[in-house]
Write a protein that binds this ligand. Structure first.
Ligand code: GLA
Length: 353
């Protein structure tokens, strides 16, 4: 197992960007210190040929331009906060709004757009990167100096483990996630509608027109949101349904079963074409399943094709959107002297080999 480091450009003369390639004997994962972005995941298809299964770009400039969070670490608060307002200790905070009237994914300059410091980890059976970022008090409007570590581990079992840790010096809110767009048939292979997906959730969070949860937990039974058994993404995505209309497809948070802060299997996806399967394990209460509805063909893929609508999907493990404003949703406040620690694993395999 090894890590190879190479130059990937720079933001300023002081802010250099590097790419780190983590590999084991069968696969590799490439990560940059800008946004902690996973730029490439190469995994063997049915013929044994390695294909790249995440959306992204070849050049730093494309990551610096407006882009929809390809591969990035998201924070401080992943997903939406209604009108960017929330209370901590009876004090009202106002975030900058960057998604209509709402705040999305940490703000104008979230964790997806900062330079992380990197420590390489080489151990028996795994390699990894420990990324660190200190988010200052009131950065993007959030209270408290928040010291964040995100550790990416690739082990010999083809598992990518992501461990999020944070401490604060003043009570704040936090909801970290990872925004990789997967296409298990290959990043330039077209849409993901033929992928089979299952999500271990009996209910999901309905949203309003602004994609803010209404607060209701709705059973998936007899709805297009039922992924309890493996189902093609495309099977129900175009049905007449108000929720699908608001999301322009799937862009919802599922309420994962067995939420006791223990790591358990929460979702699966599989391409019948490449044979590549992704199993997701997490200790988080929710998963945002997003089917790339906003991709519109304007961004060029790594193979110089266009990323059109539904060219990839995301499995963003997380706490529920707008939790700070929903008293019936689990707590997202981090207090002084508490350690925020959560884990998500993406396990890759190929069932045809
Ligand atoms: C998240 C959101 C989507 C969209 C994408 C980025 O997954 O839920 O609505 O904003 O990020 O384009």
């Amino acid at each position: 197992m090894k890590i190879e480091k190479s130059d990937f450009g720079s933001l300023t003369s002081e802010e250099k960007v590097y790419k780190y390639k983590l590999s084991n004997s069968s696969m590799s994962i490439e990560i940059i210190n800008y946004g902690g972005i996973i730029t490439n995941i190469n995994f063997p298809n049915s013929e044994g040929k390695k294909i790249d299964i995440v959306l992204g770009f070849n050049h730093l400039d494309q990551y610096l331009d407006k882009q929809p969070y390809f591969g990035a670490i998201i924070g401080r608060y992943g997903n939406r906060i209604s009108k960017g307002k929330f209370n901590v200790c009876d004090k009202l905070y106002q975030l900058k709004t960057n998604n209509g009237e709402h705040a999305l994914h940490g703000g104008i300059k979230g964790f997806d757009k900062v330079i992380w410091s990197v420590e390489e980890i080489i151990k028996k059976g795994y390699v990894g990167l420990k990324l660190n970022y200190l988010s200052r008090d009131m950065e993007e409007g959030y209270p408290g100096n928040l010291n964040v570590n995100v550790t990416y581990i690739l082990n010999s079992k083809d598992e990518l483990k992501i461990i999020y840790e944070a401490v604060t010096d003043s009570p704040t809110i936090i909801n970290l996630t990872q925004h990789s767009y997967f296409n298990l048939a290959g990043e330039s292979s077209g849409d993901i509608l033929n992928h089979m997906v299952s999500i271990n959730a009996d209910s999901f969070l309905p949203i309003d027109e602004g994609l803010i949860p209404t607060g209701e937990f709705k059973s998936v039974n007899k709805t297009p949101f039922d992924f309890r058994e493996l189902k093609k993404i495309g099977k129900d995505i175009n049905l007449q349904n108000n929720q699908l209309k608001y999301g322009l497809g799937y862009d919802h948070c599922w309420v994962l079963n067995n939420s006791q802060k223990v790591i358990r299997k929460v979702a699966q996806a599989k391409s019948l074409k490449s044979g590549i399967q992704l199993d997701v394990f997490s200790d988080q209460p929710g998963i945002q399943f997003y089917t790339g509805n906003f991709l519109d063909g304007s961004l060029k893929s790594k193979n110089l094709k266009a990323y059109k609508k539904r060219a990839g999907f995301c499995f963003e493990t997380q706490h529920f959107p707008d939790s700070p404003n929903k008293s019936n949703f689990p707590n997202v406040i981090l207090n002084i002297s508490e350690l925020y620690k959560t884990e998500t694993w993406y396990k890759f395999s190929n069932t045809n080999r």
